[in-house]
Design a protein around this ligand. Sequence first.
Ligand SMILES: Nc1ncnc2c1ncn2[C@@H]1O[C@H](COP(=O)(O)OP(=O)(O)OP(=O)(O)O)[C@@H](O)[C@H]1O
Length: 245
Amino acid sequence: MNANKNEVRLHIQSLSKCYGTKYALNNVSLRANAGEVIAVLGKNGAGKTSLINSILGMHNYQAESVEILGTTFHDRHRPTSIRQRIGVMMQLGTLNANLTVAEQLDLFCSYYQNGATAAELINEFELSPIANQRFGKLSGGQRQQVLFAISVAGNPSLLFLDEPTVGMDVEARHILWQQIQQRRAQGCAILLTTHYIEEAQRLADRVAILRAGQIIAEGTVSEIIADHESLEAAYLHLIQEPAHV
Ligand SMILES: Nc1ncnc2c1ncn2[C@@H]1O[C@H](COP(=O)(O)OP(=O)(O)OP(=O)(O)O)[C@@H](O)[C@H]1O
């Protein structure tokens, strides 16, 4: 995949999402270029999953503009031509627990015109030991590995990873980090949500911190750290709610 690092793959401006009368996202703006990992950090309920779901058009939202892979969207419909170029790894996959790993991969690979084959994914992600196991019988970490393989089945130009390493042991987490870095090196733009500060520090070109639906800080890891002693210290400081006078 050839990619120009100045190529904007995702650009949202002033995106808001309400559930009933409650704002889950309030005027969120974000950009991701080719070959860039953006980590979105925030407490439980800060709005991270709502952000991904809004970008994917999985529910209604309001926005000044949403540009995905060079196309500006005025409603939540995302045509097949765009969906073919997007990969998604959500927190809880709604995968059929009775299908084997190989069958799952086959199914997802069949959705993509220019994607990988199941055999290629099994080989790339070293899934042969579990290829014939039913998805429902896998450990949490193994499921995450399969969900990641599925998310890149279409060789996406834009990849959304919602807490991709939850439940993984240290070794599996490091392997997944390498795989994310490889995709970035190939030019994929990646939006990653995580509760693991170390993950953001290792992977992210830029970090955005969401607090109660608003981006309260955005920049490179060193910009966010600024005069704090670590990214964790900066994060803990930033997510404090302002004192009400
Ligand atoms: N379908 C829904 N209906 C009503 N409220 C919702 C719905 N989905 C999310 N919310 C609310 O919107 C807010 C943001 O939720 P969201 O799941 O986007 O947060 P998050 O940052 O992904 O959280 P976590 O880290 O726990 O996954 C929360 O207050 C949540 O309760």
